[in-house]
Design a binder for this molecule. Structure first.
Ligand code: 5GP
Length: 172
């Protein structure tokens, strides 16, 4: 049985973390116009808040990776199912992900992006669950390290539910 969501990180904590990450990115990309690429669907709220906090010109695109389906466990096989609409060759790309768990999803998406020869490629993640890592991942901009719990809210779902919650919550 699934019990109701419990708050793990409040909307105020999230707001502060997004502001901190935006400040770091703004500093690192002075005089540049980075291309932010969000992984659908879970990153859409984080992306929307991030671009407004960045307060600098950016481009945006999205990719979709096959992932958890309807359960809480990854199938272990990840591939890009909806690709880029923007050419990224020579661009400064920042990949934006909601949660990094085993690391498989971002590893596959980073490989997909690298083949398209961006000038630079960095990774920004709202949350990291390092306890379950299977693939080594370098996170350049990280919001929170979270315990090994199933997270929902702030754009992140369980079976397409809970994306609307303003806080990051966990469910059993
Ligand atoms: P990974 O490939 O790193 O194991 O998993 C990354 C993907 O799984 C993310 O895109 C994210 O959508 C999903 N995921 C990982 N942990 C959680 C979680 O705690 N809650 C939800 N809802 N999705 C998760």
């Amino acid at each position: 049985m699934v019990s109701g969501p419990r708050i793990l990180l409040t909307k105020n904590q999230i707001k502060k973390a997004v502001a901190r990450l935006a400040a770091e990115i703004r500093k690192d990309y002075q005089g540049k116009q980075p291309l932010l690429i969000g992984i659908l669907k879970g990153s859409f709220v984080f992306m929307a808040d991030m671009v407004r906090q960045l307060d600098m010109p950016v481009e945006m695109d999205f990719v979709k990776a096959s992932s958890y389906g309807t359960g809480k466990e990854s199938s272990g096989k990840v591939h890009v199912v909806q690709g880029l609409k923007t050419p990224i060759k020579g661009k400064d790309v920042i990949l934006v992900e909601d949660i990094i768990d085993t690391g498989l999803t971002v590893s596959v998406v980073m490989d997909y992006l690298r083949k398209k020869k961006p000038a630079s490629l960095k990774l920004c993640a709202l949350a990291d669950k390092p306890s379950r890592r299977e693939m080594p991942v370098t996170i350049d901009y990280l919001g929170f390290t979270v315990p090994n719990k199933f997270i929902v809210g702030y754009g992140i779902d369980w079976n397409e539910q809970y994306r609307h919650l303003p806080d990051i919550c966990c469910i059993d």
